[in-house]
Design a protein. Structure first.
Lengths: 235, 552
């Protein structure tokens, strides 16, 4: 039987067909070259699925995390990676130091004004498709520091976030649950809705010439990227 | 190596009369604080007075500088202590006018005043005349206004820049032969322990100049504490300064300052629980320092790092049983702790004892893996050298100072809690290098274990009808108006001090945090200039900074 003609049903034995191999390398070789998967599907080396569905499945099960420690939550994040909790068991535990190699960014901590543009930059450096897990209350709303003069009221003001894990800090179990939920979403092909972000990086020269921009005109290079924080408008 | 628990010799106490005579006419008035005599001096006498205090009266530790604004004036308070005896304190109060807040810089006298004064300028807006580097330090350069001044409008928009491809190499760094290069380390970098940005100028592989750029985690902790009420709303924040499980140590800093301010007695039983919890935190914190240091110097993510986290997990489990949280404990209350040991007590005590019993074997394992490792020794000895006098000048405390042979530990020298009744040693090392600091931390873990052991013995046998965990503290706490206090405890990283000024309401009028990491980090340039770039990373690791506490 050849796989040129797709079978509707399996007759005879479902054992792997070894004729070709036997004729090539002789009889009596064990089945080590034939994977379990192939055995399960019989002689046919094909799994029928949609390509994008397959890719989503692969994506969800092989996520490279960005090694990105900001604040208190990063300690619990390290614990999630380390022994006992071992996030790697779920196919999501390889922290990559470079954003160019990472698929998922866990934002573990408070975002303050000075760090906002840097985080945006790191996020922009990650290749598509990329996903973000917001860890802890600070990435949701600013958390306990919400009233601070320097604290961004949630990471979602700057970058889109797929999964929020509440807690201050969330336990490792909670983070694992969040990551598992993200995997589920990726596998189902649900990507994050792109939100309109109030704080965008802009070139300084492009900003509307209001009082503040005029005042800083001599200090900042026209080509510099800037982030403008309109504190009065944030939630 | 030291020591008896009681400090062997303390310098002779300088009496208030002698201080008065020393400062003489330069003292405009007295402004005593609850912890120390205070002298008001003119803004242009700062250097002279501080020099006299340092050289003639032995006040060689500028512990903290608090800047604040009143309705009618600005004020800088220099809190001074002695490394040889931190119970001897004096405050120098320097008022400046509201229209022209210019004060003389103390930087020529104490190197540590550099960062103190930059912070005071940044957050409060006092200018320091003669300061070598008057820039903002925590907030972005482009920030408008000074957030802890009274007329600051928090609603105003702000612009923050991110300049790229800037070429910060000055022409004077260039010449035809040298291969100077500029290197940005951080703020997103695995070796910076958080969001630190080190601007580094290299000549080949040698570090020529570094400029730590901090403030990427400036979470307005002082503002948050000034908005909270003494009784309950402030206590959760200390956990988040030094967030490496050192929560209880930080809570103690606030508890100690507020209890002394409001004159609250803590029951003995609660003191023992506090001491035990705090030392558990110290072990967890030092374990992380050890693991990340191994990660920094030889990329050891698999063995030492994971072992350190294995042990941290055990400590965190114990602390969770005790306090209900793994990291942000919020367990101390003014006048005691939140609750007694968890029931069944025997189980908790047995679990903690199990941990302590296993600890020596684990410490041996660490010694085999790290400190006994020849490669590690070669890598760490004689790198990142910090001489004792330099350490004092930069206000270094904690294991960083003790690794440089500065015998200074507030648990013994300025006793609080139950430490003075227990038998333990202060570890000091004379190596002054990265190796000495690591060794110091490792041995402190063993000392902490000794303390916990003794606390457990006491707790086990404590009579059941005398287990008072909290003193009777009024629900709304309003300390006397204009009372000022500065109190410090020995945190995991060093001297963690709190200054509180009360204005008669239930919230502090000024809450200032003296962070040990902040000043330890300021010494980094002394440690690594002229060294190789990998030694810069090792030195940074051996300082064991936590950016939450650096930036507050």
């Amino acid at each position: 039987m050849s796989s040129n003609n797709p079978r509707q049903s399996i007759h005879d034995s479902t054992a792997p067909s070894t004729d070709t191999r036997d004729s090539r390398i002789g009889e009596g070789v064990d089945d080590r070259f034939n994977s379990k998967l192939r055995e399960a599907f019989g002689a046919s080396p094909f799994i029928l699925t949609k390509f994008d569905k397959f890719l989503n499945w692969v994506r969800g099960n092989s996520m490279f995390m960005l090694q990105f420690g900001i604040a208190c939550c990063s300690i619990e994040m390290i614990h999630t990676y380390a022994i006992k909790h071992d996030l790697d068991r779920f196919g999501a535990g390889v922290p990559r130091a470079s954003p160019r190699q990472a698929d998922v960014m866990i934002v573990p901590g408070t975002i303050v004004s000075k760090f906002g543009p840097r985080m945006k930059r790191v996020y922009d450096q990650m290749p598509e498709p990329k996903f973000v897990v917001g860890m802890g209350s600070c990435t949701i709303s600013g958390g306990p520091f919400q009233e601070g003069y320097n604290v961004v009221k949630g990471a979602e003001e700057i970058i889109p976030i797929d999964i929020h894990v509440p807690g201050c800090p969330p336990r490792p179990e909670a983070l694992i649950y969040g990551v598992a939920k993200l995997q589920e979403r990726i596998q189902n092909g649900e990507s994050s809705p792109v939100v309109v972000k109030p704080y965008e990086l802009e070139q300084f020269g492009d900003l509307p010439k209001d009082e503040l921009v005029q005042k800083l005109a001599n200090d900042i290079d026209e080509d510099d990227l800037v982030m403008r924080y309109n504190w009065a408008d944030s939630p | 190596m030291s020591t008896e628990l009681e400090r062997q010799q303390r310098p002779v106490e300088v009496t208030e009369g002698e201080l008065e005579a020393l400062i003489g006419d330069r003292a405009l008035a007295r402004d005593d604080h609850l912890n120390a005599p205070g002298f008001v001096v003119r803004p242009d006498d700062v250097q002279a007075v501080l020099t006299d205090l340092k050289e003639q009266a032995g006040f060689d530790h500028l512990s903290c500088l608090t800047a604040q604004q009143y309705e009618d004036r600005y004020e800088s308070i220099y809190h001074m202590k002695k490394y040889a005896d931190p119970t001897q304190e004096v405050s120098i109060v320097v008022p400046t006018s509201i229209d022209d807040p210019v004060s003389q810089s103390a930087e020529p006298v104490f190197r540590t005043a550099d960062w103190h004064e930059r912070e005071a300028f940044d957050l409060v807006g006092i200018d320091y005349e003669g300061h070598p580097d008057p820039r903002r330090i925590l907030l972005p350069e482009t920030w408008q206004g000074h957030p802890l001044s009274l007329d600051y409008d928090q609603e105003k928009p702000q612009i923050v820049t991110l300049s790229e491809h800037a070429n910060p190499i000055q022409p004077d760094h260039h010449d035809a032969e040298s291969d100077t290069m500029f290197l940005n380390i951080g703020p997103h970098h695995p070796a910076t322990h958080g969001v630190l940005h080190v601007k580094t100028v290299l000549d080949g592989e040698t570090v020529v100049d570094i400029d730590p750029d901090i403030g990427y985690l400036h979470r307005c902790e002082e503002q948050m504490c000034q908005q909270g009420t003494y009784r309950h709303q402030i206590m959760p924040y200390p956990d988040r300064w030094d967030y490496v499980s050192a929560g209880l140590l930080n809570e103690w800093a606030y508890a100690r300052a507020a209890e002394d301010l409001a004159d609250i007695e803590v029951p003995e039983y609660a003191q023992i629980i506090r001491t035990m919890g705090a030392e558990l935190c110290r072990i967890a914190s030092h374990m992380l320092a050890l693991g990340t240091f191994a990660l920094d110097v030889y990329g050891d993510f698999t063995a030492v790092f994971q072992y350190a986290f294995r042990d941290r997990e055990v400590v965190q489990d114990i602390l969770e049983d005790l306090t209900g949280q793994r990291l942000m404990f919020n367990y101390f209350r003014l006048g005691g702790v939140a609750w007694d040991l968890p029931e069944p007590r025997e189980e908790f005590i047995a679990k903690t004892r199990d941990f302590l019993d296993e600890l020596p074997a684990k410490v041996d394992e660490y010694n085999d893996l790290i400190t006994g490792n020849e490669i590690f020794q070669v890598r760490c000895t004689n790198t990142g050298v910090l001489e004792p006098e330099t350490a004092k000048d930069y206000g270094c405390t904690g294991p960083v100072a003790r690794g440089s042979g500065v015998d200074y530990d507030l648990r013994r020298d300025d006793p609080y809690g139950y430490y003075e009744n227990l038998d333990w040693d202060v570890i000091t090392k004379d190596g002054c290098d990265n190796y000495a600091r690591v060794l110091c931390r490792m041995q402190e873990v063993e000392e902490s274990a000794k303390i916990i052991e003794q606390c457990l013995d006491l707790l086990e046998d404590w009579p059941e009808d005398d287990r008072t965990v909290q003193a009777n503290v009024p629900r709304t706490l309003k300390p006397d108006a204009d009372a000022e206090i500065y109190r410090a405890v020995e945190g995991a990283k060093g001297e963690l001090g709190i200054y509180i000024r009360s204005d008669g309401t239930d919230k502090p009028a000024r809450f200032k945090i003296r962070s040990p990491c902040y000043h330890n980090l300021s010494a980094l340039e002394e440690m690594c200039e002229g060294e190789y770039i990998p030694d810069l990373i090792a030195s940074l690791g051996s300082l064991d900074i936590v950016l939450g506490e650096v930036d507050r």
